[in-house]
Design a protein around this ligand. Structure first.
Ligand SMILES: Nc1ncnc2c1ncn2[C@@H]1O[C@H](COP(=O)(O)OP(=O)(O)OP(=O)(O)O)[C@@H](O)[C@H]1O
Ligand SMILES: [Mg+2]
Length: 338
């Protein structure tokens, strides 16, 4: 069996790589710092550390936006360098299995395929797999059964709500909406209510430390921002309830979308979902009490998991290793433009 296999999930915030030869899963920020307009200065966590701090000559960009590739060439260079030089992997002639969102166009899916196929990777094979299917397999669910499974993946830019049965997607909805939107809501709420301008990273930290699907958290956090009136930097203590108020409407709109998918779900599959519960995953699913909020809204049990950011890439590992899943991934070799 070939061991030179990489499973790859290119998220908006993080890219995750599974390396079959050593069994490791690695996660890095999907960020690139560019100098002189076309040279990569740094990438990954190093580039993210420069975000909001870099001088004008260095641009920090995110090569995946809303789940699709926004900057093909830089992304390709970064992944190649990461696998070849940072992981010291044997990239040439390797097999790649790449997770792709469901509700994107074929052209956008093909870009993920070509990222590896048409490149100096010179791959032996490139396969794609729908992210919700990879997520479900990564959560330890047998997607081949005629049983309805509902997976909600809340990432940074997108939230995918999917119903799976017999190894395929029965229903899915991709919301251009995830953790980043919550960060933006925190920024605008603090500006409006507290005359405080904070950076994106501070907002993200507030969401991760104080965010909640339900009111009642009592913790506080001291943040540094700029006072709108005086223009000077100030320190302010912000309570969890402020973060809850800022993000409540966003979380409610995810609930509305989950309910809409449930309303469209055929009754026999809905019966399975009620029985086994809804599965939530993706980094955003770690918001405190988000599971409880979804339970309140849907009256269905909600299952959360450990290391939810990695569930799709964990699924890719199983899909390439277990012959019973060989029907799940697909190639786009025949639709490639010559
Ligand atoms: N403890 C936490 N509480 C709340 N949110 C969190 C927590 N930890 C991480 N996140 C959020 O999870 C998101 C990243 O998750 P993930 O890696 O699943 O996204 P992604 O796959 O990069 O994005 P996408 O799926 O939208 O393309 C970020 O918005 C991050 O702020
Ligand atoms: Mg993701």
């Amino acid at each position: 069996m070939n061991n030179n296999v990489y499973g790859i999930d290119l998220g908006t915030c993080n890219f995750k790589v599974f390396c079959k030869s050593n069994g490791k899963i690695l996660k890095e920020k999907n960020t690139i710092a560019i100098i002189n307009k076309n040279e990569i200065y740094a990438y990954g966590d190093d580039a993210y550390a420069m975000y909001e701090k870099a001088p004008e000559a260095i641009q920090v960009v995110f090569p995946v936006v809303c789940g699709v590739i926004a900057d093909f060439n830089f992304l390709q260079q970064m992944i190649y360098d990461y696998l070849e030089n940072k992981l010291k992997g044997k990239v040439k002639g390797a097999e790649f299995i790449v997770a792709v969102p469901t509700d994107i166009t074929d052209v956008e899916k093909r870009a993920f395929f070509e990222l590896f196929y048409k490149s100096k990777f010179k791959p032996k094979n490139v396969l794609l797999c729908e992210k919700p299917i990879a997520d479900a397999v990564g959560l330890g669910l047998d997607v081949n059964q005629p049983t309805g499974i509902m997976v909600v993946n809340m990432g940074a830019d997108i939230t995918e709500i999917s119903v799976i049965s017999l190894g395929g997607l029965v229903l899915s909805d991709l919301l251009h909406f995830g953790g980043n939107r919550l960060d933006e809501s925190i920024i605008s709420h603090l500006r409006k209510e507290y005359n405080l301008i904070i950076g994106q990273k501070t907002a993200k930290a507030m969401k991760e430390n104080l965010g909640s699907g339900l009111p009642g958290r009592t913790e506080t956090m001291v943040v540094v921002g700029r006072d709108v009136v005086s223009g000077l930097p100030v320190e302010k203590e912000i309570s969890a309830d402020v973060v809850y108020e800022a993000t409540r409407a966003n979380m409610e709109s995810i609930c509305t979308s989950i309910k809409m998918i449930l309303e469209k779900t055929p009754p026999e599959l809905a019966k399975d979902i009620i029985h086994s519960g809804i599965y939530i995953t993706g980094g955003g699913s770690q918001i405190d009490n988000l599971d409880k909020l979804f339970e309140e809204i849907t009256n269905i049990k909600v299952n959360s998991c450990d290391k939810p950011e990695e569930s799709a890439v964990r699924g890719l590992v199983k899909i390439v290793s277990d012959p019973k899943y060989k029907r799940l991934p697909f190639s786009m070799k025949n639709s490639i433009l010559k």
